[in-house]
Design a protein around this ligand. Sequence first.
Ligand code: BMA
Length: 310
Amino acid sequence: MRRRKLGRDVFHRWEGNPVLTLEDIPFRCNTVFNGTPVKLGREYLLLLRVEGQQGYSFFALAKSWDGFHFEVEEIPVLFPAREGVFGVYEQEGIEDPRATSLDGCYYVMYTAYSKYGPRIALAKTEDFHTFERIALISEPGNKDGVLFPEKIGGRYVRLDRPIGLGVGSIWISYSEDLYAWGDSKVLLSPREGYWDSYRVGASVPPIKTEWGWLEIYHGVQMTSSGPVYRVGTALLDLEDPSKVVARCKVPLLSPRENYERIGDVPNVVFACGAIVEPDGEVKMYYGAADTCLCVATAKLEDIIMYTVSG
Ligand code: BMA
């Protein structure tokens, strides 16, 4: 008898994956991937990165009642700015949104792309249809910004991934007002001899748990045929998130299925958000091979266990 395909990773892929492909998009585009979810009452919203046929990205919105079957709206919700300061730095698209509920609204950190390189931008929304751009909150050479869902010690806190000297580590920074950021420290670096030996970056906005802040991040290993992107986890101290309490030894999701291995960028699983259900099930949404959008689930306690002991 053939062995079951599920169960090789801590995260279990939904049997109906991919959740969304090009065929589900009601307008012409190249691909859909890297989406961030929120739950508004009983409804799931997914803010999606859609890449247009010219290769630049923008955001569309999908809706669902069960977190698995999504309908994509006909009109995209956010395009790269064409004027003002954002117009200069979004000329080559907006990418990888990450939504955080805070102060009674949603903040979305995303990557603004231009000929100067990637910068982190911050926007605000209540309904995911109208967005107020707040600020460009990093210089170029930075991406993977995620905002914590509450202030810690009276300050806003974010993780990001500046690419100093080509080494991609996850950093932590603080802000009084969401505009000016500082007190930056390196938090998690690539580990020689591990699956995340080449680069790491924040993926999912930190999740508060009784064991610490859970950060679901991506780790990259360079191979002779290019990079492999996997999903891993770390726990940060609740009061002082610049302290790493635990970090997984092995990844919790690795590219294995064809839709994760074959696409515009092969061998990529890249999460941008997760929903923790009341029963402790974590639904993690991830882009696969930069060509479709998928979901995988795991119990929060299992994720913590693998982070601490895996
Ligand atoms: C990262 C980002 C993601 C992408 C991933 C894999 O650096 O650009 O948008 O999914 O690479 O190509």
